[in-house]
Design a protein around this ligand. Structure first.
Ligand code: AMP
Ligand code: TRP
Length: 327
């Protein structure tokens, strides 16, 4: 049986090379061998303050960008979360089998809520049950994500197991798939913090749609240390981050890379990292500009995906409703 893959990404903000290396790139690797479903999670995007017009635009932009990255709509089903309303129906049902204590342990909630805990929407707290619904609705086997989402996928397993024990075997138990290199790309301005869409710094990240000149500047300014020698040492976080990006994008081994940079300085390394990053994003930008100009194409892709996904979602929901006593 062909394994089913599901993953999602938020449309909010710009999609950066952390998302690309930690997630999107690994989706591309399995296009031929798996049954792939990729989702722009526009309902997760409303758990924090947002602008509806920007969300509408950002969602379409994200779909175009995914396709531009190589997610061929002939080889995967690319869709928008809110186009299949069963995500929220299932999320509610799962919320009722998820103990508070499990959600309270989620580190992303603790990080995002911070001091605003008493004022933020409840959706930020129950966010992981919506993510569990995304995954379980399609009877997913594998969930390729960056390191920061591993805890949410493990929670999804726990929820599915608890549901199956209580109501009978309805859900496939999914596995997180985390890349060995590049699962956690750090900010260029602060290599101790994960690269994120919401970080404020101007030179924090490189977006897939950033102007190459700006991308080069950000990488040339990357914070490193005052030591010598270009080697893979996790204790030298800034250097390690640059080398990891280089390793993933060139596909070379660590020894080969260390030999290549032997006797060279940080300036040389940054220059070469900038080159490989720009070589990766320029063709994506080119394809993106072509795609975004043709809105009927994007609409057609999204409609076709919903048509193909509908029977899968219907079958799961039928089983869930029966198991829970609603039918
Ligand atoms: P998000 O930006 O939160 O929608 O994340 C989309 C995907 O990118 C998820 O699979 C994340 O785990 C992954 N991701 C986000 N930030 C990073 C990062 N700094 N390094 C590696 N992967 C990341
Ligand atoms: N929560 C994920 C993130 O912020 C996005 C996401 C939503 C997701 N639903 C998903 C990822 C289902 C994998 C599977 O990165």
């Amino acid at each position: 049986m062909t394994k089913r893959v599901f993953s999602g990404i938020q449309p909010s903000g710009h999609i950066h090379i952390g998302n690309y290396i930690g997630a999107i790139r690994n989706w591309l690797g399995n296009l031929e061998s798996r049954d792939n479903i990729f989702c722009v999670v526009d309902q997760h995007a409303i758990t924090v303050d947002y602008d509806p017009d920007a969300l509408r635009q950002g969602t379409r932009d994200a779909v175009a960008l995914y396709i531009a990255c190589g997610l061929d709509p002939e080889k995967c089903r690319l869709f928008v979360q809110s186009h299949i309303p069963e995500h929220t129906e299932l999320a509610w049902l799962l919320t009722c089998v998820t103990p508070m204590g499990w959600l309270e342990r989620m580190t992303q909630f603790k990080d995002k809520a911070g001091a605003k805990r008493e004022r933020i929407g409840t959706g930020l707290f129950t966010y992981p049950t919506l993510m569990a619904a995304d995954i379980l609705l399609y009877q997913t086997h594998e969930v390729p994500v960056g390191d920061d989402q591993k805890q949410h996928v493990e929670l999804t397993r726990d929820i599915a197991e608890r549901f199956n024990r209580k109501f009978g075997e309805v859900f496939v138990i999914p596995e997180p798939v985390i890349p060995v290199v590049g699962a956690r790309i750090m900010g260029f301005d602060d290599p101790t913090a994960k690269m994120s869409k919401s970080a404020p710094g101007h030179h924090h990240s490189v977006g897939l749609l950033d102007d190459p000149a700006k991308a080069r500047k950000t990488i040339m300014r990357a914070v490193t240390d005052s030591q010598q020698g270009i080697v893979f040492d996790p204790a030298r976080a800034g250097l390690f981050n640059l080398l990891s990006i280089y390793q993933v994008l060139t596909g070379q081994g660590r020894e080969q890379i260390e030999a290549h940079f032997a006797g060279k300085g940080y300036g040389d390394l940054k220059k070469e990292v900038a080159e490989v990053v720009i070589a990766e994003i320029e063709p994506i930008q080119q394809r993106y500009r072509e795609l975004i100009a043709d809105s009927t194409y994007i609409d057609a892709v999204l409609a076709r995906s919903v048509e193909k996904l509908r029977p899968v979602a219907d079958a799961t929901m039928d089983a869930v409703r029966r198991a829970m006593g609603h039918r």
